[in-house]
Design a protein around this ligand. Structure first.
Ligand code: MTE
Length: 295
């Protein structure tokens, strides 16, 4: 069972490292982290691991590439285009987006389809709270997300022949998945602004799905009536489905056996849990669906 607890010392009482290091102006340091939601008793992965072992193909396909090649990426100023079936489309600055939301710390397990996992203390707010502000229309059945396209700053977008993906990176959720309280938009990690390699300044975190659903550096949110075609689905349709819920029982839907995983830093493999251990909260979203077919 997940554990929810309020920390003895709330994160809001701890000055972010960025504040006292005073290296540059951090947006997160001006926001108050109001509460903590711990959904796992597993130890949090070291910051060093989470920020140097990354998948962000826009900066290269090697795990070390994103940290190495994203140093000159500029996450400010930033704006997000809101489009499609809603009453309040438009271009919103990052500040507009963040203003009404209290930032919470969410400690989540993160499981990559490649078979590794980490535990990450994200700082963010529920995606659904943001989406509701745009007043989605009745035919908004899905939400499509797009990553920034900046080949001049993203070396992976320039080397098209070395990447399995075409750009920009696109992901999507069904509207009820997007409204689920566990789905968040993160702006920070370990109490600091998101590093570029982790998807600055704004990225999705959907802890019950394989990590590739958690799209980074979002510049567009679109409400649509049809299931979006995601980047990985276009590229490898037999292995990467739209839903991509963590499923240790899947035999043919992904390129490897998904029944075990290696927590980075550990020697022995662990058993992978259905919905990455969040089944109590999210399994109801899929009642009556055949998740082998809808992989
Ligand atoms: N988002 C974009 N735009 N490009 C990517 O290559 N990789 C995905 C996801 N989001 C990816 C992305 C994958 S495969 C994973 S496992 C997670 O980001 C990794 O997030 P992390 O590097 O913060 O751990």
């Amino acid at each position: 069972m997940p554990r929810f607890k309020v920390p003895a010392i709330p994160s809001s009482a701890i000055a972010p490292r960025s504040l006292y290091l005073n290296r540059r102006e951090f947006l997160l340091s001006t926001l108050i982290i109001s509460k903590r939601m711990v959904t796992t008793t597993d130890p949090v992965s070291p910051r060093e691991t989470t920020t140097t072992f990354n998948n962000f193909y826009e900066f290269g396909t090697d795990k070390a590439d994103p940290a190495k090649h994203s140093k000159t990426f500029k996450p400010r100023p930033w704006s997000v285009a809101v489009e499609g079936s809603c009453n309040k489309p438009g271009s919103y600055t990052l500040e507009d987006i963040l203003k009404p939301h209290a930032i919470e710390e969410r400690i989540y397990r993160h499981r990559c389809v490649e078979g590794w996992s980490i535990v990450v203390p994200w700082d963010g707010f529920p995606l659904g709270d943001l989406l509701k502000r745009f007043e989605p229309a009745g035919d908004a059945k899905f939400v499509e997300f797009t990553t920034v396209l900046r080949p001049e700053e993203m070396i992976g977008q320039r080397r098209r022949f070395l990447s399995p993906l075409s750009w920009p990176y696109v992901e999507g959720l069904r509207i009820d998945e997007a409204m689920h309280p566990l789905a968040i938009l993160a702006v920070g990690v370990y109490g600091e602004d998101l590093p570029n390699q982790n998807g600055a300044p704004l990225r999705l975190v959907v802890p019950w799905k394989y990590g590739f659903k958690s799209i980074k550096s979002i510049v567009k949110i679109k409400f649509v009536d049809k299931q979006p075609r995601t980047s990985w689905e276009r590229s490898v349709p037999d292995y990467y489905g739209f839903y991509s819920n963590v499923n240790p029982g899947s035999t043919n839907s992904t390129f490897r056996d998904q029944s075990t995983e290696r927590r980075l830093g550990e020697f022995f493999m662990r058993k992978t849990l259905p919905f990455n251990g969040y089944g109590d909260q999210v399994a109801g979203l899929y009642a009556g669906m055949d998740l082998r077919r809808n992989f």
